[in-house]
Design a binder for this molecule. Structure first.
Ligand code: SAM
Length: 297
């Protein structure tokens, strides 16, 4: 859309709300086999990636989401070697996870090879060389099919997907989460992209409700990502080891220092704080755990 003051790309993910980015130039705008891919150079947020009209990331603040989905579970677990990411074709999670020398194998299962290709070309500042890391393996496949068939096992599974619309919808189902549970090694952790609860309470509630029937520990943790409007973003957390999200602050501090990684959002203090939920989000989690109907949200 262009009007008097330049080109604007709009997102209408949430009913009754439109957010727009003023764009200096469009770097890529095309359809792949699965979705409409756009990368544009914006006035205020660096490069913006949109899939099917929904903002996926901006180079201004992608570090927040990618650091939190990576370092919180890795430092809570303490011995992550095998990591699976489903989605994540931009390489942002890979860039953060592969900062950890302890990680030995990293598998990325992405449905759309076009996202990987254009991210390598147009978003090198997001993947920061991760695609060339010898530990990195890319599999172009629907994550649901991979999860249903693989014999591989992982310490950490990151569901870095689009929202539950289009190809991403299958990654929010109970059967998919049960397959993920099967793929986890003992003491493993799954973390998920679960939207902004202020606008998408049902998305979070449904994941927590499914997790509660599959994992001994089911909750979420939070990150504040400016371009995901509506306040805190919820990141789902599932594990059969309830102690993993209660690791003592001094242990997390020791692990962070030993990892010798650079971060711009994650700190050991944020690690502790991110599991503290505002009342309205805590209520969504609590009622989902009890199996309350989603229609009340
Ligand atoms: N990392 C970004 C962020 O900062 O929020 C957003 C996520 S990433 C771009 C979402 C990816 O999930 C896309 O590359 C999309 O192609 C992929 N995806 C969607 N459905 C999928 C499926 N069923 N299996 C595997 N990948 C899928």
């Amino acid at each position: 859309m262009s009007d008097g003051d330049g080109i604007w790309y709009s997102e209408t993910l949430h009913e009754g709300l439109r957010t727009s980015f003023q764009v200096k130039r469009v770097l890529f705008d095309n359809r792949s086999d699965h979705q409409h891919l756009v990368i544009a150079d914006s006035v205020s947020f660096g490069k913006v990636m949109m899939l099917d009209g929904v903002t996926q990331l901006t180079t201004a603040d992608e570090f927040i989401y990618h650091e939190m989905l990576s370092h919180v579970p890795i430092l809570a677990h303490g011995a992550v070697k095998d990591v699976l990411v489903i989605g994540g074709g931009d390489g942002g999670i890979a860039a953060e996870v592969l900062k950890h020398d302890s990680v030995e194998r990293f598998t990325l299962v992405e449905i759309d090879g076009g996202v990987v290709d254009f991210s390598k070309t147009h978003l090198p500042e997001v993947s920061r060389g991760a695609f060339e890391d010898p530990r990195f393996e890319v599999i172009i496949q629907d994550g649901k099919d991979f999860a249903a068939t693989t014999e591989r096992r992982y310490d950490l599974i990151v569901i870095d997907s689009t929202d539950p619309i289009g190809p991403g919808e299958v990654l929010f189902t109970e059967s998919f989460y049960r397959d993920c549970h099967r793929m986890l090694k003992a003491g493993g952790i799954i973390v998920t992209q679960n939207g902004v609860p202020f606008f998408q309470p049902k998305e979070l509630a449904q994941t927590i409700r499914f997790f509660s029937g599959i994992f001994r520990d089911a909750t979420c943790f939070l990150a504040a990502v400016p371009t995901y409007v509506g306040g805190f973003m919820a990141l789902g957390w599932g594990s059969d080891d309830g102690d993993l999200r209660k690791v003592a602050p001094e242990i997390i501090q020791q692990r962070f220092e030993a990892a010798q990684i650079e971060t711009r959002y994650y700190t050991p203090e944020i690690h502790q704080a991110c599991f503290a939920l505002p009342r309205f989000i805590g209520d969504i989690v609590a009622s989902a755990r009890q199996g309350s109907p989603l229609r009340d949200l």
